[in-house]
Every structure is written in C-alpha cells, then in structure tokens.
Design a protein around this ligand. Sequence first.
Ligand code: GDP
Length: 367
Amino acid sequence: MEHPENNSQYKGLVVNSGIEQPSIVNPYLKQMHRKRRQMLSVQEFVDGILAGNVTVLSQAVTLVESVRPEHQAMAQEVIERCLPYSGNSVRIGISGVPGAGKSTSIDVFGLHVLERTGGKLAVLAIDPSSEKTKGSILGDKTRMERLSVHPDVFVRPSPSAGSLGGVARKTRETIILCEAAGFDTIFVETVGVGQSETAVHSMVDFFLLIQLAGTGDELQGIKRGIMEMADGIIINKADGNNIDKAKLAATQFRNALHLFPASESGWTPQVLTYSGFYNIGVKEVWDMVYKYIDFVKANGYFDYRRNEQSKYWMYETINEHLRDSFYNNPRISGMLEQKERQVLGGLETSFAAAKDLLDTYWREIGK
Ligand code: GDP
C-alpha cells in the first residue's frame, strides 16, 4: 500500500517508497544444504581413491566409520572394489603406554621413513577408550606436529563408535583404502592396555613396542603376553642421564625374551634404545624394521602372516555380526535383564538361560 504521506495531496515531508525487503531466509540455503550432503557414488569414491585424492579418501573413511546401514553397504562395495589395489605397503603397529612417547616418536619415525623410502605415509589409530573420549587420545593431528602438515601424510584418528572389535575392523578396512590410494607405509598406533595390541597385531607386518626404563612395565608386559607379540622392543627416552637406565632396561628385556619360545617367523625380536625427542638411534630402529621385512619376505612368512590375518578378520567379522544381530534383536534385548535376574537368583542355571535365549533368537530370525 502506498504510504499516505506520498499522496500528492499531502503537504508534509515526502517519504520515498521503500524497497522490497529480501526474505530473511537465504533462498540458496536449501540448495547449499543439498550440495553439502550430496554423497559421492561408489564409482566416484573408487576413482577418487585410486587417483590418490585425499579428500575423497577421507570421505570414504567416514563412510566406513558410519553406523548407518546404507553407508555400511556402500562402504563395503568401495572396499571390495579397492581390494585388488591394496596390499602394497609395509604396515607397522606402534604401541606403548600413555606417556611412552608414541606421538613424539611417530612424528620422527614418519619423517625418517619418508626420507628413506619416499612415498606416502598414513597414520591410523586404534583407541580402545575412543567410545568415551571420541578418539582424542590417539591419532590426533595436533600430536604429530610435523607429520600433520606434511603433504605426503594422511593422519586419521581412531574410529570412535562401537566395540574394540568394531573399531579395529574399521581401521583394518581403512588400511585397504589407504593402500589403494597409494600409501606405501601405514602406521597403526595404539595405547598399551592389552586387548588393543592384539587387534593391532592382527593387521600389521611388524609390531613395535615402545617401552620406558624403570617403570615396572617390563614385568606387566610379560604377564600380558604383549612382549610375545612384539617383533621389536624399543626403549625410548635414552637421553641425558637416562641413558644408563635405558640400557639396563634393554638388557632386562633381552633376558626376558629368552624365556619365550622361538617365534613362528624365525625372527628373533630385537631390543634397542633410542630417543624420539632428540632423534638418537632412530635410524637403527628402522634398520631393524626393514631388516625384518626383508627377512620375512625372503622366507615366505610375510605372505603367510597376511593370509592368516585375512582369515582371522573373516571370523572376527562373522563373530561381530552374529553378536550384534543377537543383542540388537528386540525380543532378546527385552529378555536379557529378566534372564540375568533369574540366573543371579538361582532360579535358572547360566546354561539353561543361555540356551533359552539362543532358542528364542533362532525362532525370531527364522520368522
Ligand atoms: P604418548 O602419550 O605415548 O603419545 O607420549 P608423548 O609423545 O606425548 O610423550 C610424552 C612426554 O614424553 C612428552 O612430554 C614428551 O616430550 C616426552 N618425550 C617423548 N619422547 C621423549 C624422548 O625421547 N626423550 C625425552 N626426554 N622425553 C621424551
């Protein structure tokens, strides 16, 4: 409506007619939203990964980590198509308790490896506490200052959802994608708390255990069987007035290793001291790693171990899916608490309760 003061009869001040106000909602918002959520096709994922496009690789890893069934189905297809292009890397597991110097060491190790072999490096992580911490303990970009800004390095924190088995499977699938994208060295980092080492061990060619002198970890390590998994034990912080203590610890580890049966690979695990912070002895650590790789490639153990790992992951994946299917079944989850009470109250034996639950489950999925 025309403003009354603009009427030609109006004698007061003339007011210009206003301009049309734009909508407060950005008309392009919908389009932008759609664009942001637009998902690549399987073909686009595969093409991008094989071309070494890190943005696409990163998106594919997000897809692998997604819990949505449609994402999972798509991720499986992408992995399947990338599989023939994978396998051409050296996979190194790196473990140690918090404070052992993993991130400091990985930063230095990564640069050393890149200088030595060229190529590209991916740093992945399996963080058993990631469900709570959202994967912030390991694989954090800020923890590896130089690698995180290096153009040939892909750093990815631990997947954060699900059980340790689930998290580990996603990391293993990520290895396949990274290899297809041309990464020829893969580091998989984990915290030294037991179970997660087994998971990392099951997906790497060389398992490197970072230890400290005089923390009492030596014995704990033996107890948990972690030392048995190690292909190399390296004692960090061998610098300043800590050098003698580190050397002593190395001797203790060497002695302890003698108590173990010979490893399947025919390789005798070595114990070295080094300092990640001062970059002392780093070359020797990697001389050891590459010596091992040459050794097991020559005697056939390299391929044998990878085949065994593929088998292991097939069964792990089956177990995981069966478990999920069982516990996520609404009928079962509705019964569990009551069954638990009955067992605790001595009204039913554990075995009878388990059998009843399983029978119910078979009936449910048979429907
Ligand atoms: P992470 O928790 O295993 O990742 O350990 P960090 O790499 O964060 O290291 C823990 C602490 O140990 C930091 O304060 C580091 O500066 C220190 N540190 C790491 N490597 C060395 C080393 O070789 N020598 C010494 N003296 N300190 C180190």
